[in-house]
Design a protein around this ligand. Structure first.
Ligand code: MLT
Length: 262
């Protein structure tokens, strides 16, 4: 089922009396990136996804986004739909949003799943890369940027052999340039949530692709070590897009983690 709440496209699957799991996608993707997980979980969990403003089915407006405003949207969805203490699952940019949401309102959430993400803010090099991305979009269009960016998120093998790679790229290519640039600026301006990690008390699962170059296993393991009630898994054969590149392994780990919650 789909609903549009405050210009945000929100999708729900399963029975609302089950434990809710709220999925936040990465950049420059949209809620379809969780399709393999929804299919697997919807019979036992209430699954909710949404398209971050400016991506997928959510309109860009003026494109002036911040991670803070994405968190406001997330909280708005939970309040509006009266979602009962969800598990929060975010990948990469979705993880930046999830970590800041936890820092702001940990009590809103039952558990946390951090996929291919990090708590650090952008360093100077990353900030300059975002700026170069925006310049490229202005000069040559968003597809040029997306065609260069998306393959770096997947392993070589996934790019060559997984049908979902092409589907994901094609979806990303339809993105509104204003939305893509707005997300780049939001990520560039995000705060560092590292100092809050030791205050996270809800059960946390940290997931990383073995070949992730954006947020490599060592970076994610260091983050995991600061979260007291946490587990860490490395997904074989995957780079930055673990739920798409090795959904069987990913889903098994998530189901095991969720089965321990009440
Ligand atoms: C993502 O997958 O959301 C992005 O790679 C995050 C980023 O560019 O920092």
């Amino acid at each position: 089922m789909k609903s549009v709440l405050n210009d945000i496209a929100v999708y729900f699957y399963g029975n609302s009396s089950n434990i809710p799991v709220l999925f936040v996608h990465g950049f420059p993707y949209e809620s379809h990136m969780w399709d393999f997980q929804i299919k697997e979980l919807q019979n036992n969990f209430y699954c909710i996804t949404f398209d971050c403003r400016g991506l997928g089915g959510s309109t860009s407006g003026d494109g002036q986004f911040t991670i803070e405003s994405f968190v406001d949207d997330l909280i708005y969805i939970i309040d509006e739909l009266k979602v009962n203490i969800p598990v929060l699952c975010g990948l990469s940019m979705g993880g930046y949003i999830a970590l800041r949401a936890i820092e702001r309102m940990q009590k809103y959430f039952r558990a946390l799943i951090l996929c291919d993400t990090k708590s650090d803010a952008d360093n100077n090099e990353a900030k300059l890369r975002r700026a170069a991305g925006i310049k490229l979009i202005n000069q040559e269009g968003a597809p040029k940027f997306i065609e260069g960016f998306v393959p770096t998120c997947f392993s070589k093998n996934s790019v060559q052999n997984l049908p979902i790679y092409k589907i994901t790229l094609e979806r990303a290519l339809t993105s509104d340039p204003v939305g893509v640039k707005g997300c780049l600026l939001a990520m560039q301006g995000r705060t560092d949530t590292t100092s809050y990690l030791e205050r996270i008390v809800i059960p946390t699962l940290v997931i990383c692709g073995e070949n992730d170059t954006f947020t490599p296993p060592q970076v994610m393991k260091t983050m995991k070590d600061k979260i007291r009630n946490s587990e860490f898994i490395v997904v074989p054969g995957a780079a930055h897009m673990t739920p798409l590149e090795n959904p069987e392994y990913f889903n098994k780990a998530v189901k095991k983690f969720l089965s321990k919650l009440n």
